[in-house]
Design a binder for this molecule. Structure first.
Ligand SMILES: *[C@@H]1O[C@H](CO)[C@@H](O)[C@H](O)[C@H]1NC(C)=O
Ligand SMILES: *[C@@H]1O[C@H](CO)[C@@H](O)[C@H](O)[C@H]1NC(C)=O
Ligand SMILES: *[C@@H]1O[C@H](CO)[C@@H](O)[C@H](O)[C@H]1NC(C)=O
Ligand SMILES: *[C@@H]1O[C@H](CO)[C@@H](O)[C@H](O)[C@H]1NC(C)=O
Length: 216
C-alpha cells in the first residue's frame, strides 16, 4: 500500500482565517518560514505540509484551560460517564474509559502544539465509542480533505472467490468528478504507472485485472 499513499493528496484551500501561527512572511520573493503561509490559498498540498502547518501553532494555556473546563462541565450532562468508568465485561476494552481522570491527565500534559492537544482530546473521547461524546475542532477537522482516487472494493469472481480490488469504476468516477485534478494523481504515480491511473484497477493482492469480476 506504499504506492497508494504516494498519491493521497489533500484538497481544499486553507481558509484565509487560519492564523494563530506567528506570521513571518519573509522578504518579497523569498519562501516564507511560516508553514501555514506556505500552503495558504493552495488547493492541493502534501499531507506533510498540512501537518507542518497544524503543528506550528503553540498551545495557549488560557485557551487550553477553557477548553478543558467546558468539556468537564459538559460531561456533567453526559449520562454515560460513570458507566464508561466501570463498564462490565464484555465491554471492558471497548467503552471503558475514565474521562474525568483522562481530563486531569490532559490538563497536566505538555503538548508541543495545539494540534497534538486536539488529537489527544479527540482520541480520548472516541475511546467511549459513543456517538454522543465527541470532540471536534474546526481549526483542524475537515479543513483539508483527503481524496483517494483508488477506493477499494470486494469483488467476487464467477467461481465465488472474493478478493480486494481497486474499484474498476474508480478512474471513471474520479475523471468525472475531478477533471482538472487527474494530472495531480496521474503524475504522482511511480515508474511505468506514471500517467496511467486507469490501469491500476487490479486485484491489489494478486495483481489480476478486475474487469472479469462482479462487484458485490
Ligand atoms: C491566549 O489566549 C487568550 C484568550 O484568547 C488571549 O487573551 C492571549 O493573548 C493569548 N496569549 C497568547 C500568548 O497568544
Ligand atoms: C472537573 O470538575 C470537577 C468538579 O468541579 C473538578 O473537581 C475537576 O478537577 C475538574 N477537572 C478538570 C480537568 O478541570
Ligand atoms: C477463481 O477465479 C479467480 C479469478 O478468475 C482465479 O484467480 C482463481 O484461481 C479461481 N479459483 C479456482 C479455485 O478456480
Ligand atoms: C469507463 O468509461 C468508459 C468510457 O465511457 C467505458 O467504456 C468503461 O466501460 C467504463 N469503465 C467502467 C469500469 O465502468
Amino acid at each position: 500500500m506504499a504506492l497508494l499513499s504516494r498519491f493521497i493528496v489533500a484538497a481544499f484551500a486553507l481558509a484565509a482565517t487560519v492564523q494563530g501561527a506567528p506570521q513571518e512572511l519573509g522578504q518579497p520573493g523569498q519562501p516564507s518560514s511560516d508553514p501555514c503561509a506556505r500552503i495558504g490559498g493552495k488547493k492541493w498540498v502534501a499531507p506533510s505540509e498540512v501537518r507542518a502547518c497544524f503543528t506550528s501553532v503553540r498551545v495557549n494555556e488560557t485557551v487550553k484551560a477553557n477548553i478543558l473546563d467546558v468539556i468537564n462541565k459538559t460531561l456533567n450532562f453526559h449520562t454515560s460517564t460513570n458507566y464508561q468508568i466501570r463498564a462490565p465485561q464484555p465491554f471492558t476494552s471497548d467503552v471503558r474509559v475514565n474521562l474525568p481522570t483522562e481530563l486531569e491527565r490532559i490538563k497536566r500534559q505538555f503538548y508541543r502544539s495545539e494540534y497534538d492537544f486536539h488529537v489527544d482530546l479527540s482520541r480520548t473521547l472516541k475511546r467511549t465509542n459513543d456517538g454522543h461524546a465527541a470532540w471536534t475542532f474546526a481549526c483542524y477537522d475537515s479543513l483539508f480533505v483527503n481524496y483517494v482516487p483508488t477506493p477499494l472494493s470486494l469483488l467476487t469472481s464467477p467461481n465465488g472467490t472474493q478478493n480486494v480490488h481497486i474499484s474498476p469504476e474508480a478512474f471513471n468516477v474520479s475523471s468525472a468528478e475531478f477533471p482538472d485534478q487527474m494530472d495531480v494523481w496521474q503524475n504522482a504515480l511511480p515508474g511505468r504507472l506514471n500517467g496511467q491511473l486507469e490501469t491500476v484497477g487490479v486485484d491489489v493482492l494478486y495483481g489480476k485485472p478486475a474487469n472479469t469480476l462482479t462487484q458485490i
